[in-house]
Design a protein around this ligand. Structure first.
Ligand SMILES: Nc1ncnc2c1ncn2[C@@H]1O[C@H](COP(=O)(O)OP(=O)(O)OP(=O)(O)O)[C@@H](O)[C@H]1O
Length: 149
């Protein structure tokens, strides 16, 4: 399996509940490689574009209001099979159904406030990374330790 990249976002509830560190630590300890990260307020147009597939859904307005309500922490992680693995680490969309040990299972409250977003497929990851990050914000670097072990 080739290396993949995925877009992960700690939503405003995660930022305000001081969960950024916990979320990042899970990805780091799993062995994934951080290549981009930023704390940002989300312009309404960006939120609408990101969630465009849900435009006709009854919860769309609420979803966009929530994502734009406070800072989010946007990340790009790289690694083997990172897209599907990240989705497993996140747990089911509805925190009430997410298994304990997953990010949403451990911290999520409701469908709306479910802590984290992660790309769900290679094409989505590519689209979302391009939407949220400029090329100059992605940092490709070798870990020296890779040569040692
Ligand atoms: N019925 C609903 N009511 C309120 N919010 C919802 C509902 N369904 C989905 N959402 C919100 O919209 C987001 C996108 O829904 P989607 O079905 O794409 O889930 P997901 O892929 O697990 O989540 P995300 O795209 O955030 O990773 C969900 O994370 C959730 O916050």
């Amino acid at each position: 399996m080739a290396k993949q990249r995925t877009f992960i976002m700690a939503k405003p509830d995660a930022v305000q509940r001081n969960l950024i560190g916990d979320i990042m630590q899970r990805f780091e300890r799993k062995g994934f490689h951080l290549i981009g990260a930023k704390l940002m307020n989300v312009p309404r147009e960006l939120a609408e574009e990101h969630y465009a597939e849900h435009k006709e859904k009854p919860f769309f307005g609420e979803l966009v209001d929530f994502i734009t309500s406070g800072a989010v922490f946007a990340m790009v992680w790289e690694g083997e099979n990172v897209i599907a693995t990240a989705r497993n680490m996140m747990g089911k969309t509805n925190p009430a159904e997410a298994a304990p040990g997953t990010i949403r299972g451990d911290f999520g409250i409701s469908m709306g406030m479910n802590i984290i977003h992660g790309s769900d497929a290679p094409e989505t990851a590519e689209r979302e990374i391009a939407l949220w990050f400029k090329d100059t914000e992605l940092h490709v670097y070798e870990k020296t330790i890779n040569k040692w072990i």
